[in-house]
Design a binder for this molecule. Structure first.
Ligand SMILES: *Cc1c(COP(=O)(O)O)cnc(C)c1O
Length: 515
């Protein structure tokens, strides 16, 4: 059955998946949602035998129904290839296995965990820019250019992106030198890790633009949304042969590929004999913009046996408070933490969940979003809260996060990054350890946040070292090979040094495209 997409804020005619991917955001400011969640039509036993690529195809074909099999398979083939440093794409390991040096057992081989109740880490950081954003952003350019072809688009597609650090580089890597596209990335100039920044400002792609913003991530995201909703500006761009689209997780083309790895994780648990087909697994997801955990929720709605969804926040714990009280309140101080990709107070994708628990009611959702924009908060109804019962919010303070990195390292030798550590802590503190097999979404390589990680492990010893010295030390203590993503930026020249104010974002685009 065809899945059509419409806005979370109005129900008009549905549009096809390829159109939703091209547009990114709906004209009314809402996010595109599927008109129904399809049911997985495969058995979980057969699933266990599939490669990552096959799993991705079987999942994506149900949501992106206007793509032909040939188109989808070709997108998947182009995305999940040698760019990933492991053939299994997303290894599932216990900390003991992860510490074996390669960051995985031996591609796909199963090893029993020493501790029955140990959680599993789903390593989503084996792509080109060593964060989980690669899982979706390595395929989005293929989906986007295929969608353009299908819809007879002749304009150049200008990808506008706000980043809290990881999306930026992953999107740059995905779209660099892709014909018919160009990309502009806005990042908070003081809100990303030194390595995240270096990765972005050294990007060599000829069609890439990277701009620091004198503000935080929410400022960048709000600024980009404003540009998207500026019809007059879009018309001027169109005259010059350009049209905007989004690589942020508000794009359905980001969300759908992310559903696949939850299905894949479940398959691995069956394959290892940890679960029988139909038994439930819990997931713990370190959350910022609510994209990753929403993908898990969609997987559950489509029939994947997921029990609880643990939403793990850092000190910007607006979601933890929301799940506890039913009130979403962004009126608070923005905290810069060691997990910058989760330093977010306006979690865009939560809107898709609000829409769903409001009974797929665009008017109710639009009223909440209006209240959020105007008063900075909204409170959902009791009925809606009942529909959230499968979610549990948790959070980790900066101390909890650092302690968790050290604890996991001391006990097992496995080194996790601060984002993963937030989830790992929440898993230990809140999850019903042992009764249900639990999968922690491991969203970044520790090499991406080397300073925070090494300081957590031994502040006295590593406090004075430079960024790349720390990289070498991390290599020494973990035995994990230094990823190419890090080696390649050691000596790379800075190619992007533009900085603008929050109000000057549009002017930067006007300069680049001469409109
Ligand atoms: C983006 C990101 C997150 C948050 O993911 P959302 O989909 O925004 O909730 C967590 N960890 C890392 C490393 C990230 O890059």
């Amino acid at each position: 059955m065809e899945v059509l997409y419409h806005s979370t804020r109005s129900k008009g005619e549905g549009i096809r998946a390829s159109e939703a991917i091209l547009k990114g955001l709906s004209d009314d400011g809402g996010l595109f949602v599927p008109d129904h969640i399809p049911d997985f039509d495969f058995s979980f036993d057969e699933l266990a035998e599939w490669s990552y690529q096959e799993t991705a195809y079987q999942v994506m074909k149900l949501f992106l129904t206007d793509f032909s099999e040939e188109e989808l398979r070709s997108c998947i083939k182009g995305a999940y290839d040698e760019k990933f440093d492991t053939g299994v794409i997303a290894p599932l390991v216990t900390a003991d296995e992860g510490a074996s040096g390669t960051g995985r057992p031996s591609d796909g081989e199963s090893v029993r965990p020493t501790d029955e109740n140990a959680p599993f880490y789903l390593e989503l950081f084996h792509g080109k820019t060593i964060a989980f954003k690669d899982m979706a952003l390595s395929i989005l350019p293929y989906l986007m250019t295929t969608a353009a072809k299908k819809n007879g688009v002749t304009n150049e597609i200008v990808i506008l992106t706000a980043t809290s650090g990881d999306t930026g580089k992953a999107a740059l890597a995905g779209f660099a030198d892709v014909e018919g596209t160009s990309i502009v990335v806005f990042y908070p100039k003081d809100g990303v890790s030194p390595i995240q920044k270096k990765q972005m400002v050294t990007e060599p792609g000829k069609n890439t633009h990277v701009i620091g913003v004198d503000g935080n991530f929410d400022d960048c995201q709000t600024g980009v949304k404003k540009i998207f909703n500026d019809r007059e500006f879009a018309a001027r761009m169109n005259e010059k042969g350009y049209q905007f689209s989004s690589a942020n997780s508000i794009n359905i083309g980001r969300l759908v590929p992310q559903i696949a790895y939850y299905v894949y994780a479940y398959a691995q648990l069956i394959k290892r004999g940890e679960l029988k087909s139909g038994e439930k697994m819990d997931v713990v997801v370190p959350t910022g913009n609510f994209g990753n955990i929403l993908a898990a929720y969609y997987a559950k709605e489509a029939g994947l046996p997921i029990g609880r969804l643990y939403c793990a926040s850092n000190e910007n714990k607006v979601l933890f408070d929301f799940f506890g009280s039913g009130t979403y309140d962004r009126k608070r101080d923005f905290v810069l933490t060691s997990s910058p990709s989760m330093d977010i107070l306006i979690s865009s994708n939560l809107e898709r969940l609000i829409y769903r628990i409001a009974g797929d009611d665009p008017d109710a959702n639009a009223a909440f979003m209006k209240s959020l924009a105007g008063e900075g908060e909204y409170t959902i109804t009791d009925e809606m809260r009942d529909r959230l019962s499968e979610f549990t919010g948790g959070f980790a303070s900066e101390t909890d996060t650092a302690d968790e990195i050290k604890r996991v390292y001391d006990e097992t030798g496995y080194v996790i990054d601060p984002h993963t550590a937030v989830a790992s802590f929440v898993c230990r503190k809140y999850a019903d350890a042992g009764r249900t097999k639990t999968v922690i979404a491991s969203t970044a390589s520790p090499y991406k946040f080397t300073r925070s990680v090494m300081l957590a492990i031994d502040k006295d010893k590593y406090g004075e070292m430079g960024d790349f010295e720390l990289v070498d030390e991390l290599n020494r203590i973990s035995g994990v090979k230094i990823p190419d993503a890090i080696e390649s930026i050691r000596t790379a020249p800075v190619l992007h040094d533009t900085v603008c104010s929050v109000d000057g974002m549009r002017a930067e685009i006007e300069k680049i495209y001469e409109v």
